[in-house]
Design a protein around this ligand. Structure first.
Ligand SMILES: Cc1cc2nc3c(=O)[nH]c(=O)nc-3n(C[C@H](O)[C@H](O)[C@H](O)COP(=O)(O)OP(=O)(O)OC[C@H]3O[C@@H](n4cnc5c(N)ncnc54)[C@H](O)[C@@H]3O)c2cc1C
Length: 375
């Protein structure tokens, strides 16, 4: 049973945020930046954030060239470049908030590997570059003259000048530190299973610590349908591996191939390599963490043939993270009921746009609180 003091101090908040990933933390930070007096609590089911934010490979991406060409089949040039702009500006916001050092941000560009018969549509490249130059002051792509050190029939490399790498763990630790410094409370090991709305606000039903909040925000990405079943979101698991430290590594920086479905980078003298969801989309449409053997074999094969040809290596271990997808690439940021909000479905773009999405959600919630005060 809760004490008088616990009931007085630890049960009521202005805003409850479910999920301590990039979006939940960014939302909490933006709310506190707007009004430091608001009492904000983040409720996270894991002891660590347990979705995508601590499980990705640390790529600051705006889109590889073949991904952009792919997107242009369904969207206009303005829409596609608009999404690149959102990702670029989202990354700028994240860097501004954390400082590049606190996420080990290295904007050294990235390279995409093209194989065999692949053709580069230089007209599309020029059209995209003209737009990014006008909007961002930089062209996005060029055909690289760097000599390939890769195997598997790499024909050429395309450089993306807008991308970079970061340290995912450092980034998340820094976001947590900022949130705590601003007075956000974070309760880990707290799963929100159901809520009840009464005239006092939203009650979070919980066996040991039921809470009352004025507003609730679900930043639960791929896991949202488990608690809000009306919101249909497709989970997409991503597989990643890391090698043991190598004696010699002939590349640095970040690389992609196959329209962004595969991505690899160095971390010191290790290789981090992820992707392959395209070969078993059905098997990876799950909210359960775990290893997919078919993809594991595929990654191992591509690591040996393409990334580290003629070089001995050992895989240290594999892990997985869960992303959220839908019919289009746009996140869902909206009010879903009285006092209830969501910011979910970040796809493979949450590092890039998570801060912006959090700011957007924070504005919505604060506006809603202000409207309550007026009524
Ligand atoms: C392998 C991989 C590679 C990626 N590569 C890139 C990339 O190159 N560039 C890029 O921009 N993005 C990339 N992403 C995507 C990016 O990591 C995500 O879009 C982003 O982290 C999503 O953040 P989020 O806060 O919305 O969700 P999450 O990080 O998934 O956070 C949701 C949180 O909610 C918690 N939660 C869920 N349900 C409940 C509940 N009922 N009660 C309490 N807590 C709950 C979960 O435990 C979790 O911590 C990648 C992701 C993966 C997995």
């Amino acid at each position: 049973m809760l004490s008088f003091w616990e009931k007085e101090h630890f049960q009521s908040y202005d805003i409850g945020i479910v999920g301590a990933g990039i979006v939940g933390l960014s939302t909490a930070i933006s709310i506190k930046e707007a009004d430091k007096n608001l009492k904000v609590v983040i409720l996270e089911r894991g002891l660590l954030p347990t979705g995508a934010s601590t499980k990705n490979a640390g790529f600051a991406c705006v889109g590889s060239f073949t991904e952009i060409v792919d997107d242009l089949q369904h969207n206009s040039l303005d829409e596609v470049v608009g999404l690149m702009q959102m990702r670029y500006e989202g990354l700028a916001m994240l860097k501004g908030r954390l400082g590049e050092k606190n996420m080990d941000y290295q904007e050294n560009g990235s390279h995409e590997l093209l194989f065999g018969e692949a053709q580069v549509d230089l007209d599309i490249m020029a059209a995209v570059n003209e737009k990014t130059n006008a909007i961002l002051g930089r062209k996005a792509f060029s055909v690289s003259h760097k000599k390939s050190v890769f195997g598997g029939g790499v024909k050429m490399l395309i450089e993306n000048h807008l991308e970079g790498s970061l340290n995912t763990g450092l980034l998340m630790q820094s976001l947590i530190n900022i949130a705590l410094r601003l007075g956000v409370e974070i309760k880990t090991g707290y799963t929100v299973k159901s809520i009840k709305r009464t005239e006092n606000g939203i009650h979070l039903v919980h066996s040991s610590l039921p809470l009352l909040v004025k507003k609730i925000a679900f930043c639960t990405n791929a896991f949202t349908s488990l608690i809000l079943p009306d919101l249909i979101i497709a989970p997409g698991r991503g597989q990643v591996l890391v090698t043991k430290p190598l004696k010699k590594l002939s590349f640095q920086g970040i690389y992609h191939f196959d329209a962004g479905y595969y991505y690899f980078r160095n971390y010191k003298n290790r290789v981090i390599f992820g992707g392959g969801r395209s070969i078993d989309k059905a098997g990876e449409a799950t909210t359960e963490f775990g290893i997919n053997e078919k993809i594991q074999l595929d990654l191992k094969d591509k690591l040996a043939r393409i990334i580290l040809p003629n070089q001995a290596f050992e895989i240290d271990y594999y892990w997985s993270g869960i992303m959220a997808f839908g019919a289009d690439k746009n996140p869902i940021v909206k009010k879903v009921g009285l006092h209830q909000f969501v910011a979910v479905k970040l796809g493979g773009m949450g590092i890039a746009i998570g801060s912006m999405v959090g700011a957007q959600l924070a504005n919505m919630i604060i506006q809603d609180l202000n409207e309550d005060d007026l009524s």
